[in-house]
Design a protein around this ligand. Structure first.
Ligand code: DIR
Ligand code: MN
Ligand code: MN
Ligand code: MN
Length: 307
């Protein structure tokens, strides 16, 4: 099998620098060699340094949205790289970077797999704010609103006009790990009947049952392709401290890995995002720990087994 790896050193979807160094730190930690050691051929997308230089000279806010053109350009490029990997039948692995790049990864995977594609979104946050509900204006809190078609292209000059609204079906999205959801996002989830397993559900049912219920919701027969988008802040800050928006009460080390192992076991995974590793936050040990856990989540998702 071949892993098509796209490194996206991008931080424009949120205000903290450093998350753009997530991919290079994971590569330095050895993720590419580790995948090869597992038997994968690795095909690396070219020009990963380009993202840092893509910033347009003029990018004033649109409404409250920050860096809208920069985010849109980067995500569009990601979408092309992920689409190429999926077209070639590779497992598309995208290393972020902040979570706004998932707008690109999902456009890329759905371009190939269509609306059969199921999305497992592992995150402390719902990332489903629309341009009108976001209070932060940070686009890493918005990718799913665009993807699901909750915000229409308003003007021809919308930098996100290239995003096919509704490329992922609402009934094919499921969340695991939520615990910091904005009031407007709660309304959106309820209004559209989007399935979400919060940390309360993980406590109540245990992670084994939660993953089973999540997969049953989007993919009962385990026959459809799955794209997992894993925000490292889904993990408890004691496990993954070096991330921009840590929220206490998160997944344990084992719960995070269990999700990846169980998804890998289905044999349905076609695309994986591992995002929001920010090596600039915290002491060297926090950084090492977070980079290491990011790499091990990637390996488990791609089938590394304990026995
Ligand atoms: C918040 C935080 N819901 C926002 N989102 C984060 O800015 O829209 N996403 N941190 O990862
Ligand atoms: Mn998050
Ligand atoms: Mn939106
Ligand atoms: Mn996120």
């Amino acid at each position: 099998a071949t892993a098509g790896v796209t490194c996206v050193p991008f931080s424009g979807g949120q205000p903290k620098g450093g998350v753009d160094d997530g991919p290079v730190e994971m590569v330095r930690f050895g993720i590419l060699d580790q995948l090869q050691g597992m038997g994968y051929a690795v095909e690396l997308s070219a020009g990963m340094d380009k993202y840092k230089t893509m910033k347009p000279a003029q990018d004033p806010p649109i409404g409250v949205l920050k860096n809208p053109r920069y985010v849109a350009m980067a995500a569009r490029r990601v979408s092309e790289q992920v689409r190429e990997h999926c077209e070639a039948g590779r497992m598309a692995v995208t290393l972020g970077g902040d979570h706004s790049i998932a707008m690109g990864t999902l456009v890329g995977s759905t371009a190939v797999y269509g609306d059969d594609l199921c999305v497992v979104w592992v995150d402390a946050h719902a990332d489903i704010n629309t341009p009108s509900t976001t209070t932060s204006g940070n686009l890493h809190g918005c990718p799913l609103a665009y993807i699901l078609g909750l915000c229409q292209a308003s003007t021809p000059s919308d930098p996100f006009a290239w995003v096919p609204r509704g490329c992922v079906r609402k009934d094919r999205l499921v969340y695991i790990g939520l615990r910091d959801v904005d009031p407007a996002e709660k309304l959106i989830l309820r209004q559209h009947g989007i399935k979400a397993f919060s940390m309360h559900d993980v406590d109540k049912h245990g992670i084994g049952r939660v993953v089973e219920m999540a997969l049953d919701h989007v993919n009962r027969d385990r026959s459809l392709p799955v794209h997992m988008s894993f925000d490292v802040d889904a993990l408890d800050p004691s496990v993954a401290p070096a991330t921009g928006t840590p929220v206490r009460g998160g997944l344990t080390f084992r719960e995070g890995h269990y999700i990846c192992e169980a998804v890998a076991e289905t044999g349905c995974l076609v695309a994986l995002d591992l995002v929001e590793v920010n090596p600039a936050l915290g002491d060297p040990e926090s950084l090492r720990q977070t980079v290491a856990v990011g790499c091990s989540l990637v390996r488990c998702s791609l089938g590394e087994r304990l026995l």
